[in-house]
Design a protein around this ligand. Structure first.
Ligand code: OGA
Ligand code: ZN
Ligand code: ZN
Length: 486
C-alpha cells in the first residue's frame, strides 16, 4: 500500500496509509487550514508540498496533534450503518475544530461552546458534572462511571469555565471545588443538537441488503478454516451475516463439534432448554419432540419463537447428506417478504405487526422443556422499521388473544404473508453438501426443508445458535483491535 509521510516537525512523523491519507486530506482541506494560510491549501499534491505549508505554523501543529489520535484510531465514518453502532463510531463525522469561546448560561443551566468552524453547542451543567472524565469520577480502562447518583447533586453549577490549550480543552470549576476537563472532540461527539443526534441515531440503523431468489447465484460464501484463523476474514463474514443475513461456510470438517468451534471463535454457543448446546438433526426413530427429527417437509419458519429473546444466529452444519431427491433447504429473506406485504397489503402488514401469536415448544431433548411466548409475527422497532420475524406453523399455538372478529382478517394476513414468502422469486434453494454450514440470521431469514425418503441414506446436520449481542460485541472488538472501519 502506498504510504504518505506527513512531517509535523522534524521529530514527529506519522505514516499515513492511502485510505487514511484521503480522509486526512478531506480534514486538512477544511476551513481552519484555509484561514491560517489565508488561502486554501491544495491537498491533492504530494505530502511534501503540504509539509512546506505547515512549517512553523503553531496553530496548525496543534490542530494536527488533534488529528493524530484520529490517524491512529482510523477516522470515524460519517455514518455508521448497522444496528450495532461500531466501536469507532459514535463520533459521527466530527471535523477538525476547536473552541473559540466558552461561557455560562445560568438561566438555562448550560455551558455554551462556540466552535472555530462555526456553530454553538450547549452542554447542560448536570450532564457535564455527571460525565467528568477525571480519574476520581471515571475509570478510563473499563470506561466506567465512578460517580454514584446518590452522591450527585443534580443542581450543581460551575463557578468558572474557560477554554485551555488553545481551544482544545474545556476546563470547568464546580461550586464544590471539583475541577473537570473535557476534550473538544469528546464534547463535539456528544453534542445535543438535533442534527448531531440524528446523525448519531443513524449509527444504530442496519445496513440491510434485501434479497430474493437471485441470491442463489450470488450466495455469500466463506472458507471455514480461514474464518478460524484470520480475524479480518471473520470480521467480513460477520458484516455480511449482519447485512445479508446468510452466509454459506465451506470446507468444514465433516465431524461433530464444528458449530461450537465457529461459535467459540465468534463468541460462544447460545444454549437452549430444549437443545442444550449443539443439536443433532437426523431422522430419529421415535422423534417425540420435534418435526425436524423426521424426514417430513419442514415449512418455512424461524426457530424458537417461543423465547422472548430468541437465538439471533443459527448455524446448520451438514455432516451427511442424502443422495436422492429431497432434504434441500429453502431460505427466504423475511424482511424482504415483509416489505412486499407492506406494499401490497398494508392492512395485513398492520395486523401482523400489532396482533400477537403464542408460540410453544414442549418436549424432551437435551432437557425437559416447555417454552411459551407471545410475539408479533412481524416486529417493528420504535422507528417502525422491521426488526424481527417470528414465523412457524409448527409451533404456533391455538391460543389467539384477539377479539373473535379479528381472527379471520388475521388468518387472511398470515396467508398473504405466507404466499409472498413462498413466491419462487423470494426463495433461495440450497441442498447443502457434506462439509457445508449455513449460517443465518434467525430473526430475519426463514428456513424450511423439503421432505426426503428415509431409505435414501442418512441425513445428518449439527445445529447451534449464537446471540446477536455477542456477535456485535466481537465485531466491535475486531474493529478496535485492528482499526477496522466499515
Ligand atoms: C430445524 C431445521 C432444517 C433441516 O431443525 O429447525 O429447520 O434442514 N432443520 O433439517
Ligand atoms: Zn471528576
Ligand atoms: Zn429450523
Amino acid at each position: 500500500m502506498a504510504l504518505s509521510v506527513l512531517l509535523l516537525r522534524p521529530y514527529q512523523r506519522l505514516l499515513v496509509g492511502a485510505s487514511k491519507w484521503s480522509r486526512l486530506s478531506s480534514v486538512l482541506s477544511g476551513h481552519s487550514l484555509g484561514r491560517i494560510e489565508n488561502k486554501p491549501i491544495s491537498t491533492a499534491g504530494a505530502p511534501e508540498t503540504l509539509t512546506s505549508h505547515m512549517h512553523g505554523l503553531h496553530t496548525l501543529q496543534r490542530q494536527l496533534q488533534q488529528i493524530a489520535p484520529v490517524l491512529r484510531a482510523g477516522y470515524p465514518p460519517l455514518v455508521a450503518t448497522t444496528r450495532r453502532l461500531s466501536a469507532l463510531s459514535g463520533t459521527c463525522g466530527v471535523q477538525e475544530s476547536s473552541m473559540e469561546n466558552v461561557g455560562l448560561n445560568g438561566a438555562d443551566r448550560m455551558v455554551e461552546v462556540e466552535w472555530s468552524d462555526g456553530g454553538v453547542s450547549r452542554f447542560p451543567y448536570i450532564w457535564l458534572r455527571d460525565n467528568c472524565q477525571c480519574p476520581q469520577c471515571f475509570k478510563r480502562d473499563s470506561r466506567c462511571r465512578l460517580i454514584l447518583m446518590s452522591d450527585l447533586d443534580v443542581n450543581v453549577s460551575p463557578v468558572r469555565v474557560e477554554s485551555q490549550a488553545r481551544g482544545g480543552l474545556l476546563s470547568v470549576e464546580w461550586s464544590d471545588g471539583h475541577q473537570s476537563r473535557y476534550d473538544w472532540q469528546w464534547l463535539k461527539e456528544r453534542c445535543f443538537s438535533p442534527q448531531v443526534m440524528s446523525e448519531r441515531g443513524k449509527g444504530w440503523q442496519r445496513k440491510t441488503r434485501l434479497w430474493g431468489a437471485e441470491l442463489t447465484h450470488d450466495l455469500p460464501k466463506a472458507d471455514f478454516p480461514v474464518l478460524l484463523t484470520d480475524d479480518r476474514a471473520l470480521y467480513d463474514f460477520l458484516v455480511i451475516l449482519d447485512s445479508v443475513g446468510l452466509v454459506l461456510a465451506q470446507n468444514v470438517p465433516c465431524d461433530v463439534g464444528q458449530v461450537e468451534r465457529l461459535a467459540n471463535r465468534v463468541a460462544f454457543l447460545r444454549q437452549t432448554s430444549g437443545f442444550g448446546k449443539e443439536f443433532v438433526v437426523v431422522n430419529k426413530p421415535n422423534p417425540g419432540s420435534d418435526v425436524a427429527y423426521t424426514p417430513a417437509k419442514l415449512g418455512l419458519h424461524t426457530d424458537l419463537n417461543s423465547y422472548s429473546s430468541k437465538p439471533g444466529v443459527q448455524m446448520l452444519h451438514c455432516i451427511e447428506q442424502i443422495e436422492g431427491d429431497g432434504g434441500d433447504n429453502s431460505l427466504v429473506d423475511g424482511f424482504n417478504a415483509a416489505h412486499q406485504l407492506k406494499e401490497e397489503n398494508p392492512d395485513a402488514f398492520r395486523l401482523l405487526t400489532t396482533l400477537k401469536v403464542t408460540f410453544r415448544h414442549v418436549g424432551v431433548d437435551y432437557n425437559k422443556y416447555f417454552l411459551l411466548q407471545r410475539q408479533n409475527v412481524i416486529r417493528l422497532n420504535d422507528q417502525d422499521d422491521i426488526q424481527s420475524i417470528s414465523y412457524s406453523d409448527q409451533s404456533r399455538t391455538s391460543m389467539l388473544d384477539m377479539p373473535a372478529d379479528q381472527v379471520q382478517p388475521f388468518y387472511d394476513a398470515l396467508k398473504s404473508f405466507n404466499t409472498i414468502m413462498y413466491l419462487p422469486g423470494n426463495c433461495v434453494r440450497l441442498k447443502m453438501a457434506a462439509g457445508e454450514m449455513m449460517v443465518f440470521d434467525n430473526t430475519r431469514v426463514l428456513h424450511g426443508r423439503s421432505a426426503y425418503s428415509p431409505d435414501s441414506g442418512t441425513r445428518h446436520l449439527q445445529g447451534g445458535y449464537m446471540d446477536w449481542d455477542d456477535v456485535y460485541s466481537r465485531m466491535r472488538v475486531l474493529e478496535m483491535d485492528h482499526g477496522i472501519k466499515e
